[in-house]
Design a binder for this molecule. Structure first.
Ligand SMILES: C[S@@+](CC[C@H](N)C(=O)[O-])C[C@H]1O[C@@H](n2cnc3c(N)ncnc32)[C@H](O)[C@@H]1O
Length: 205
């Protein structure tokens, strides 16, 4: 089937606007939450690459007022007006990122979410490599800051070293926590049909 051209004002874009959601990607996290029953009231969640805040809007409702949601991005996130959402402008690849994240939230995260995506250069191999670097960092954060029994959700560009990343990445995670079940490629967004996998993993001691 021929790829549909990307139209920024497509159905989901309009639907997101009508629903007061900041990004069409909010539907993705909503579907993941529904399919895997990942979020629970009172949880602590970190959202990496959170601007403009579409995921955050869904996640804060999932964890409720007793939960804590931390969102970071290179771009500023307009306040959500919810006291239990903390956001910061941070580069996840910066040397001091881990320390800054710790300042924002000291405890473990029940769910580590990454929708980190590089600015695309148009050069496939460069874009894939950048995406993998970001995904690798997200995986590292899930390993160092994720709670055993929690979840890791990441959106990755397919191709390039993707399979290698999975092999290496998930093997490394298993050093600390065993990763089992729930790993799936979810085709939530037809635009990305062959390019993006959403990987959902459960972290178990
Ligand atoms: C697809 S958008 C995220 C959309 C978001 N999930 C939402 O629902 O509103 C990807 C984000 O990754 C961010 N990003 C890319 N590289 C980053 C980095 N090194 N550190 C922090 N954020 C980064 C971009 O600024 C961009 O906002």
């Amino acid at each position: 089937m021929a790829k549909r051209p990307y139209t920024p004002k497509d159905y989901f874009f309009r639907k997101a606007k009508e629903s007061g959601l900041r990004a069409r990607s909010a539907f993705k996290i909503d579907e993941i939450a529904g399919r895997f029953a990942i979020f629970k009231k009172g949880q602590a969640v970190v959202d990496l690459g959170a601007a403009p805040g579409g995921f955050l809007q869904i996640i804060v409702n999932e964890v409720g007022p007793t939960g804590t949601v931390v969102g970071v991005d290179l771009a500023a996130i307009r306040p959500l007006g919810r006291p239990n959402v903390k956001t910061a402008v941070l580069d996840v690849l910066a040397d001091d990122f881990d320390a800054k994240l710790l300042e924002m939230h000291q405890g473990p995260f029940d769910v580590v979410v990454s929708d980190l995506a590089p600015k695309t250069s148009g050069i496939k191999s460069t874009d894939e490599a950048r995406s993998l670097r970001l995904a690798g960092k997200a995986l590292e954060i899930s390993r160092t800051r994720g709670r055993a029994g929690g979840h890791f959700i990441a959106k990755l560009f397919m191709g390039g070293d993707f399979e290698q990343f999975r092999a290496d990445g998930f093997t490394r995670v298993k050093v600390d926590v065993e990763v089992r079940e729930l790993e799936e490629q979810i085709d939530l967004d037809k635009k990305y049909k062959h390019d993006v996998a959403v990987v959902v993993d459960r972290l178990v001691m």
